[in-house]
Ligand binder design. Structure first.
Ligand code: AFD
Ligand code: MN
Ligand code: MN
Length: 431
């Protein structure tokens, strides 16, 4: 049983309530998969091995530029955020790590953070630096950029912040630094494209030099916002070029919301894998832009297609392939804990479906240019419900078979509403 803030009897009840039905469903699915030559047991165990990091800022209610609607019982500081992350892992059994954001999560002694997480069996994934807003007491403003700023003093400040993040991350046991900058321009002519990227590269080289040998530096691109005409690291091409310039410890991070509409994201994933530069993901879903909606809530087929490429890489033993997975979402109308549980489950669902693809048959159909049957073969993996596999994986790891019902039955948020008065912090706004 995973340790966590939810009482053990809530999970025992869940197992008792749903256990018999789950065994029946598993038998049924096991037979169906056996007919396709797939061993259910090995899929369950693979799903159990998948972990996705929770962003500490994701457990607070997000909001949009138009407003923010706080809920009672939101976490008021990073320690309470860690407790909420522990609930997500305890029930989903799929989120054993946290991804912190500095300076939002800054505390005097980072070992306290490490201990608070370890108390619940949680560890730290990539640390995120923040040079996209001005923070109290900061000498130089990022209004006109950070790592690519025209003023060397601003660039130095942004570099130093990233160096500090590496230091904090080392104390936390993290092994990666994710760098996303909002640098760019709002008007044609405002910025010299080449000069800005040269300055960005010069700054990131200084950061890269401090990346420990067993770490990775993840470069995250985003086409627009906050810069609304041109972003310095706008697309995967620029991120790939920069990661290549920097060296083998630098890789690209793909946030599913950071692409122009209609972009073929799964093909970008395949390309980055092919050249050993896929470093990690920020999972979310979107309809129009960087909407940061719950993973799999709008287009579940999209995340399946991404995982199909990931399983291809896993099974072919692609070089340098060890992507970091994180959820990067903003929750405006739901309880963030529920959204993050659902989203973690959505990630495991996509993985389980991708494991069911008949890759040998697909390769033969591709070779013989049978477009229709190739498409049908790939899609077939999504036409069978993998829910029993996901439920069994959670049950075996001590999580809940029906995590949302268990969460509601536990009355966690209601209890926190009493314990956490005046909880108006922990927000990120629209990013
Ligand atoms: C941004 C990016 C990036 C950043 C986050 C901050 O997705 O991951 O750290 O939002 O909330 O849009
Ligand atoms: Mn992101
Ligand atoms: Mn984003």
């Amino acid at each position: 049983m995973t340790d966590g803030p939810i009482a053990a009897h809530v999970i025992e009840n869940d197992h008792q309530t749903h256990g018999t039905e789950l065994r029946e469903d598993l038998d049924h699915l096991g037979n169906k998969l056996a007919r396709r030559g797939i061993d259910l047991e090995s899929v369950v165990e693979k799903v159990r091995g998948l972990g996705v990091a929770i962003p500490t800022w994701g457990v607070g209610v997000g909001g949009t530029r138009f407003g923010l609607f706080p809920i009672a019982g939101e976490p008021r500081n990073v320690f309470e955020k860690i407790d909420d992350c522990a609930v997500i892992h305890q029930l989903s059994a799929a989120t054993p790590t946290l991804s912190p954001h500095f300076p939002w999560d800054r505390v005097e002694d980072p070992t306290e953070l490490r201990q608070a997480a370890a108390r619940w069996g949680l560890a730290f994934d990539a640390v995120n630096s923040n040079t996209f807003q001005d923070l109290p007491g900061q000498p130089h403003s990022y209004k006109f950029g950070s790592l690519s700023h025209t003023d060397p003093a601003v660039r130095r400040q942004a570099i130093d912040h990233n160096l500090e993040c590496i230091e904090i991350g080392t104390a936390l046991g993290s092994k990666a630094l994710t760098v996303w900058v909002g640098d760019g321009a709002n008007f044609p002519g405002q910025q010299d494209f080449t000069g800005a990227l040269e300055r960005y590269l010069e700054s990131t080289r200084a950061i890269y030099a401090a990346i420990p040998d067993d770490w990775r530096m993840l470069v995250e691109h985003k086409p627009y916002e906050p810069a609304l005409y041109a972003s310095v690291i706008a697309d995967w091409g620029t991120s790939y070029a920069c990661a290549t310039e920097l060296g083998p410890k630098a890789q690209c991070l793909v946030d599913l919301g950071h692409h122009a509409p209609a972009t073929n994201i799964e093909m970008i994933v395949a390309r980055l894998i092919q050249f050993g530069k896929l470093g990690g993901f920020h999972f979310n879903d979107s309809k129009y832009g960087d909407d940061d909606l719950d993973t799999g809530s709008i287009d579940p087929f999209q995340i399946f297609l991404v995982f199909h490429e990931l399983v291809n890489a896993e099974q072919s033993g692609a070089k340098g392939f060890a992507p970091a997975f994180m959820l990067d979402q903003s929750h405006n109308v739901t309880d963030p804990i529920e959204s993050l549980i659902n989203s973690a489950v959505a990630v495991t669902r996509a993985y389980a479906q991708a494991l069911l693809v008949d890759r040998q048959k697909l390769a033969e159909l591709q070779q013989s240019n049978d477009a229709l049957l190739a498409a049908n073969t790939l899609r077939a993996a999504t036409e069978l419900s993998v829910e029993p596999i996901l439920r069994e994986a959670r049950r075996r790891s001590g999580g809940a078979i029906d995590p949302i019902s268990a969460y509601r039955a536990a009355g966690y948020r209601e209890a926190k509403a009493g314990e956490r008065p005046h909880s108006l912090v922990g927000r990120s706004g629209i990013v």
